[in-house]
Design a protein around this ligand. Structure first.
Ligand code: SF4
Length: 265
């Protein structure tokens, strides 16, 4: 078992040093410090596709995890397949993480259309709990969040301690704009979800994602039926940036598909 540690002081210094640098510089530092105990959390949205392209160029043995909630758009599976073909990755590098409950089991235990009645509970079952379990195996995760996406993301650091999941969180695109993302996609001909061309700037589950109208906020199409803006994966850290992160165990075990073994409240 490999253990990776990073003191609060190191984390703070690293974050300060990397501010203003290109996302690739942030990723290179992250690879040097954490690889192979580092993974991209990928929704196959535009930001994540950019990050995957950057990571693969730095180290072709990079890996990603994606949460297959059982409610993804066919277009999302399509861009996953195009990513795997374009970058010639092994199945072990594209790790599919699934909820403990099938949709039928969820309906049986919690009732029909949980997403419309208790979306936080649904997100916990289908996203947060599975991600919590998979991230236990890593020292750092890479995310595509940008500060200008939402007020809840405005203070995101390039490198921060994620108190929710208990590991380092790397946000290489924190300072980028939507235009930066799409300029990169065009320049490097990165595959992307075709729903982005159909007024879906932010893409999640079919039940909770709608197209936006011109001028609307890019995340206005998410959870339109309820007062909810985040699925729980990127909740702001309530404390200061610097904490004392514990040693993070690394099992070294990868699989191309995992169903979350954890229970649910
Ligand atoms: S986004 Fe909607 S359908 Fe998907 S897990 Fe959350 S509440 Fe459930």
């Amino acid at each position: 078992m490999i253990r990776a540690t990073l003191s609060g002081e190191e984390l703070q210094a690293l974050n300060r040093r990397l501010e203003g640098h290109a996302p690739q510089d942030v990723l290179r530092h992250a690879f040097q410090r954490f690889f192979p105990d580092m993974v991209l959390a990928c929704s196959f949205g535009a930001e994540d596709m950019v990050l995957w392209d950057m990571m693969y160029r730095i180290n072709s043995r990079a890996s990603l995890v994606y949460l297959d909630t059982d409610f993804l758009f066919p277009e999302t599976y399509d861009v996953r397949d195009r990513l795997m073909a374009r970058y010639a990755v092994s199945p072990e590098q594209v790790i599919r993480v699934r909820p403990a409950l099938t949709p039928a089991q969820q309906a049986e235990q919690y009732g029909d259309r949980l997403w419309s009645r208790q979306p936080d509970q649904c997100c916990r079952i289908r996203k947060v709990d599975p991600l919590t379990n998979i991230l236990k195996q890593y020292a750092a995760w890479v995310t595509g969040i940008r500060r200008d996406q939402a007020p809840s993301r405005a203070t995101a650091g390039l490198v921060e301690w994620d108190a929710t999941f208990g590991l380092v969180k790397v946000n290489p695109l924190a300072a980028w704009t939507n235009d930066d993302v799409w300029a990169y996609i065009r320049q490097h001909e990165v595959p992307y979800n075709v729903l982005h061309d159909q007024h879906y700037p932010s893409i999640g589950c079919t039940h909770c994602t709608a197209p936006v109208r011109p001028g609307e906020h890019p995340r206005a199409g998410r959870w339109q039926h309820v007062d909810k803006t985040e699925c729980g994966l990127h909740t702001p850290d309530p404390g200061p940036l610097v904490k004392s992160p514990p040693s993070v165990p690394w099992s070294g075990m990868h699989s191309c598909e995992r169903r979350n073994p954890g229970g649910h409240p």
